[in-house]
Design a protein around this ligand. Structure first.
Ligand SMILES: [Fe+2]
Ligand SMILES: [Fe+2]
Length: 183
């Protein structure tokens, strides 16, 4: 089961666009809690790492490829999404690796993480979810919702947000050239 007491939701069906937007709202709520010095920031960072990793992997494995096949998005848009996920994993790792949560270094790492995630949510909603709204019918959106939710929940159950898993994702992204500075 999920290694965190914070509720990340467990959708099993729905329109894939709505399910993705629900997670985006959860990211925003968790980022707000992460900025709040009175919250249990260690628990919040672990919950956010779990949700961020599960969501990004489910999009890359189950959603982006299907949208590409339907020509709803271009190869470039899918690749750019993956680059931004990689930047998210890198910024998330920096937050996870810090020992204390009451330091300036922690605040700085949280600020960078919020910047990277907010940028990606905006861009994904504008360049990937909008075309999906326009080009993909209800039936496929429901089908994608089911496979997206299943992958997301499976990743959460597998402990996808652990420091080791996130570190491995960052290393893999470096090898794949997704984190090149000039991208
Ligand atoms: Fe997303
Ligand atoms: Fe994404």
């Amino acid at each position: 089961m999920a290694a965190t007491p914070i509720d990340l939701g467990r959708p099993v069906q729905g329109d894939v666009i709505e399910l993705i937007l629900d997670d985006h709202r959860r990211f925003e709520a968790l980022l707000r809690d992460l900025r709040d010095s009175t919250s249990d920031r260690d628990a919040v960072r672990r919950a956010l790492a779990t949700l961020h990793t599960a969501h990004a992997l489910a999009e890359e494995r189950r959603v982006y490829p299907r949208l590409r096949r339907r020509d709803a998005i271009t190869e470039h848009e899918a690749e750019h999404g993956e680059e931004e996920h990689a930047e998210g994993h890198e910024a998330m790792l920096a937050v996870l690796e810090l020992k204390g949560t009451d330091t300036q270094a922690f605040d700085d790492a949280v600020e960078e993480l919020a910047r990277v995630i907010n940028h990606h949510l905006t861009e994904e909603e504008l360049t990937i979810l909008n075309p999906a709204r326009e080009e993909v019918g209800d039936r496929l959106r429901t089908e994608l919702g089911e496979v997206f939710a299943a992958e997301r929940n499976r990743q959460i159950d597998d402990g996808c947000g652990s420091v080791d898993q996130v570190r491995a994702l960052v290393a893999k992204a470096h090898r794949a050239g997704l984190l090149d500075e000039d991208e």
